[in-house]
Ligand binder design. Structure first.
Ligand code: NDP
Ligand code: BG6
Length: 515
């Protein structure tokens, strides 16, 4: 009953020089089976903002099986029609703005239904099961549950869904949203509890950064271009920077955020996942287990984060251009004396032959001056640089830098030193630039589209395995505990600024300047 992994077999492995050709095409439409996707927590923010729009985009792209149904499940009382009205407000035709997709939208909405129920009620999930069966019409039933609910009710929902609404003749899979615990112990407990009701291969732990186009491209860049891999080590790379910054605060999510903070919200998952893909050894194959084995190996080769290698900050209110921007603790759901970091910078190290001594610097912050997510690779200086000696230029500082701009305005560019055209000999820094918007006319899919499609296809490559999760928490839990026990006071920075100056001192300690 599994849909073949066409994406891997035909899409990913086919190299085409023609832009715009579809990488994904599901022509095996599932035959006599159905896929029922239940969005648990359908009334919530993530469901509206990301999940339903991603499902619609997949439908629009003809990537969903012929027989599929989407069910919203939550406590709120809603009719099918009310769900459709709610969902229709966030669907967009972003895939192809020229085409009128309202017809497709109507077709999609007709496949959406709603069931109201409690998350801890087997009886309510049994009612859902009955409705799902009616829609499945006796076909082989495959069921995907997307847990888009607060983490404290994950286990209840899984217990009830697995016992009352699992498929009896096809597969049942559950997508779990982060946070996966707040430290090693709580994460292990969550895994243990989920595994009381599910096998590991039924659990799809989502880290939506893995679904981002440029993060997926990292392995292609490394392993299918001869020029990068030989340079990918301590021998040529001086430092690697993983930067996440948002130009808005925790608006509306303060209650959640205060319990987690930026290290758990961004570093332990999104940035660390990028780091693992960046630094791993060549996997045996593109199979999910081979890739995840290599990621775990890198994570397990890392030293746990040391307190002296972390700087934390928290944004405070700031008035600019007549507008007053609120501080983190101005949020009513955040305690006035909260020490939760909204910014952090950290230096991490991988203790293996390839990366020994290379600082991997992470920086993540909310309410900063820019919105961006980037990987910056700074290379070593050219030994005995001829142009330094002959022209007294300071090329030691102008070393090569490879930038992978994950978002916005996706790009990969390499900073090189170049002769300024003319009779003299003047050098400057220029970019060899792969700018996605200029090179590819097709809209980049949202991360959730890729991940939902993978979950439907049973492709686990971009989901987090439990041993990966354990290794990731082992790196951050001790420092997090120390920060909280010692009540370390964050460095305050104004909303919209570049963040605490302490981040620069941390980088300088390792002879690094942030890009
Ligand atoms: P919401 O807070 O919007 O909750 C989703 C739904 O869960 C609500 O509509 C509500 O539905 C139900 N719910 C909320 N609180 C409770 C409660 N205390 N007890 C029982 N039910 C409750 O969450 P989001 O949609 O923002 O996020 C869902 C999940 O995704 C969370 O785990 C979150 O951490 C994660 N996530 C969210 C992101 C985002 O951008 N929003 C980004 C990344 C991850 P009802 O009352 O109708 O039952
Ligand atoms: C989520 C975090 O995982 O990622 C949010 O919980 C953050 O705090 C978001 O805003 C960023 O995602 P994106 O895709 O908008 O960069």
């Amino acid at each position: 009953s599994e849909i073949p992994l066409k994406k891997l077999k035909e899409g990913l492995l086919s190299v085409t020089s023609t832009e715009g050709k579809d990488a994904i095409s599901v022509d095996d439409k599932g035959g006599d089976s159905t896929v029922s996707i239940t969005v648990v927590g359908a009334s919530g923010d993530l469901a509206k903002k990301k999940i339903f729009p991603a499902l619609f985009a997949l439908f629009y792209e003809d990537c969903l099986p012929e027989h599929f149904t989407v069910f919203g499940y939550a406590r709120s009382k809603m009719t099918d029609e009310e769900l459709r009205t709610m969902v229709s407000k966030t669907l967009t035709c972003r895939i192809d703005k020229r085409e009128n997709c309202s017809e497709k939208m109507d077709q999609f909405l007709k496949r959406c239904f709603y069931h109201s129920g409690q998350y801890d009620s087997k009886e309510h999930f049994t009612e859902l099961d009955k409705k799902l069966k009616e829609h499945e019409g006796g076909r082989v039933s495959n069921r995907l549950f997307y847990l888009s609910i607060p983490p404290n009710i994950f286990v209840d929902a899984v217990r009830c869904a697995s016992s009352s609404a699992s498929s009896t003749n096809g597969w049942t899979r559950v997508i779990v949203e982060k946070p996966f615990g707040r430290d090693s112990e709580s994460s292990a407990a969550l895994t243990r509890n989920l595994k009381e009701y599910l096998e590991e291969d039924q659990i799809f732990r989502i880290d939506h950064y893995l679904g981002k186009e440029l993060v997926e491209n990292l392995s292609v860049l490394r392993f299918s271009n001869l020029i990068f891999e030989p340079l990918w080590s301590r021998q040529y790379i001086r430092n690697v920077q993983l930067i996440f910054s948002e130009d808005f605060g925790t608006e509306g999510r303060g209650g959640y955020f205060d319990h987690y903070g930026i290290i758990r919200d961004i570093m332990q998952n999104h940035l660390l996942q990028i780091l693992a893909l960046f630094a791993m050894e060549t996997p045996v194959s593109l199979d999910a287990e081979d890739i995840r084995n290599e990621k775990v190996k890198v994570l397990r080769s890392m030293k746990p984060l040391q307190l002296e290698d972390v700087v934390i900050g928290q944004y405070k209110s700031h008035a600019r251009g007549g507008i007053s921007y609120p501080g983190y603790t101005d949020d009513k759901t955040v305690p006035k004396d909260s020490l939760t970091p909204t910014f952090a910078a950290a230096a991490l190290f991988i203790d293996n032959a390839r990366w020994d001594g290379v600082p991997f610097l992470m920086k993540a912050g909310k309410a900063l001056n820019t919105k961006r997510a980037e990987i910056r690779v700074q290379f070593r200086h050219v030994p005995g640089n001829l142009y330094n000696r002959s022209f007294g230029t300071d090329l030691d500082r102008a070393t090569n830098e490879l930038v992978i701009r994950v978002q916005p305005d996706e790009a990969i560019y390499l900073k090189i030193n170049n002769k300024v055209p003319g009779l003299g000999m003047r050098l400057d820094r220029s970019n060899l630039n792969l700018h996605y918007a200029a090179r590819y006319s097709k809209e980049i899919p949202d991360a959730y589209e890729r991940l939902l499609l993978d979950a439907i296809e049973g492709e686990r490559r971009l989901f987090i395995r439990s041993d990966e999760l354990d290794a990731a928490w082992a790196l951050f839990s001790p420092a997090l505990k120390e920060l909280e026990e010692k009540k370390i006071i964050p460095e305050y920075y104004p909303y919209g600024s570049r963040g605490p100056v302490g981040a620069h001192y941390l980088a300088a300690r390792y002879n690094v300047r942030w890009g």
